[in-house]
Design a protein around this ligand. Sequence first.
Ligand SMILES: [Fe+2]
Ligand SMILES: [Fe+2]
Length: 302
Amino acid sequence: MSATKSVKSVKSNPRNAKSESVMPIRRDLQFPLPADRVQDWVGNGGVQFTHLMNTMSLVIPVGERFFIDAVRHYRDQIQDPELKKAATAFIGQEAMHGREHDEYNAKMFERLPSAAVFEKRVKTLLDVFQNNTSPSFRLSATIALEHLTAIMADGLLKEPALAQNAEPGYHALWKWHALEETEHKGVAYDVWEATQGRGVKAYTIRAFGLVFATAIFWGMVLPHYANFVRQEGKLTDVKGWKSMWRMAFGEIGFLRKMARPWFSYFRPDFHPWDEDNSHYLAGIEGFSAPYARRQASLSAAA
Ligand SMILES: [Fe+2]
Ligand SMILES: [Fe+2]
C-alpha cells in the first residue's frame, strides 16, 4: 500500500491557536563535547544522574528516526499548508537532534562498549514495531513519546540546578534539544488530529499509546542504566545515589514533577500547548548562534 493511499475523511477541527502560531525552525548546530566528561557532566547529579541522562541520549537517534517515519507517512494527507510546513520542519529538527546525539553517544560507546549493544537492541525493537504495527499506532506512539519528551524538556528548561556545575557543551546540547522539543511539541499531535480526528477510536489509540510507550521506554532504559552504573563501580556509592535521588525525585525532583503533566494527556480535550511554556523560546536564536555549524567552521578557518 502506498504511503498516501488511505486518505481518511476526518472531520476537520480547528488547529490549536498557540500551535499554529509557533513554526519550528531547523537549526544546524554542533556542540563541543569533551569525551572525558561524558560520565559526570551533570555536576550536581554525579555519575548516577549523568548516566540516566546518557541512557536517554542513547535512545534518541533511533527514536527520532522512528518519529520522522511516522510523521512522514502522513505528511501528504495534511490539507493545511502551514501544518504541512510545520511537519517538514519537525522532520528537519528531529534529524538534527539525531545527528548530534550520535556524536554524543559515540563518547558513551568509547567509555562503555555495552552502550552500543543497548542502542542496537533499541533499534531492533523499533524495527519489529515498524514492521508489525499500523501507521496510526506508530503515530500514536510518536505523539506519546513526544509528550514524554516535551514534559522532560520543560523540566530541563525550568530547573536551574541541572545547569549549575554542568559541563557547558553537554548542557548546551540538551538545552538546545529541549528548546526545539518545546518549539515543535504541537506538530506531531496536530498531524494526529488532522489525520485521525478526535473521536472515541482516536482517543483510545492515543491513550493506549502513552501507556504502551511509557512502559517500553522505561522498561528498556532502566536495566541498561543500572548496568552502566554497575560498570562505573557506583552501584554501592551511597553519596552518589543521594545526589541522584535529590535530582530525580527529591528536592529538585526532575522526574517526580513529570507525573502531573503525564496524566494530563488522558484528558479527552488535551493539547500539548495547553501548558504554554513558549516564553522559553524567546532567546532561542541568541542561544543557538554560537553553536551554528557554519559559524564554527568559519572561526576554525580564521
Ligand atoms: Fe528531538
Ligand atoms: Fe520531538
